[in-house]
Design a protein around this ligand. Structure first.
Ligand SMILES: [Zn+2]
Length: 213
């Protein structure tokens, strides 16, 4: 069973996703990393993506599906996959599910739920290492990066409340209906993302357990 991981920015989805993937032996398909890796590969598909990005355009859903398909045929072969950062829209969801089913794969969604209020609170307070760009959550107390010793600063886009609100609004508008659709089809696990982080992990691991037993 593949997992489609949802969560508003600030939900801790990236970190929780890695833990879930490790626990149940899933290969992680992270949309942002996958596109960057494809560009870096210098392949024909990578070059097409590079040209699109450099000309300031959005990578089309069809190209994104090509990237997913390559992943399924390589790293995903014989493994369950955790999708992070895809689908963002109803159109992507439709294409992704069709692609998975054509590979005789099946997906269940998991949503780490937080309110917009909590998301804004967390996003405005988190910091980033100036050197290695590691992100530190609001509760991290130190002033130096644990990875490289660099200085931690508030991310410039995070300090801009309007841009945060815009991103959350896009999530509500485009991604929420996709999550709702999984819910309607009884293909959704909901996890309370506003608990202490270890409790979020525990609830997620426990609720997802039956999918892999
Ligand atoms: Zn650092």
């Amino acid at each position: 069973m593949d997992i489609i991981l949802f969560g508003m920015q600030g939900s801790g989805k990236g970190t929780q996703g890695k833990i879930l993937a490790e626990r149940y032996g899933l290969k992680v398909f992270d949309m942002g990393s996958a596109l960057r890796a494809m560009i870096a590969s210098g392949s024909e598909l990578g070059n097409r993506i590079k040209n699109t990005v450099e000309s300031g355009n959005l990578v089309s859903d069809d190209i994104i599906m090509e990237v997913v398909e390559k992943f399924l045929a390589s790293e995903g072969q014989g493994h369950n996959v955790l999708f992070d950062g895809i689908p963002r829209t109803a159109n992507q969801a439709e294409k992704l599910l069709a692609l998975l089913s054509s590979h005789e794969r099946d997906a269940f969604a998991l949503d780490i739920k937080i309110s917009e209020k909590v998301a804004i609170e967390r996003l405005t307070k988190r910091r980033m290492c100036l050197d290695c760009k590691e992100i530190y959550p609001a509760f991290f107390k130190g002033d130096k990066c644990g990875e490289c010793g660099g200085d931690l600063v508030t991310r410039s886009d995070d300090s801009n409340l309007d841009s945060i609100k815009q991103r959350l609004h896009n999530f509500e508008l485009e991604t929420k209906p996709v999550i709702e659709d999984f819910y309607q089809r009884d293909r959704l696990i909901e996890v309370d993302g506003e608990q202490a982080i270890p409790d979020v992990t525990e609830e997620m691991i426990e609720k997802a357990g039956y999918l892999f037993s």
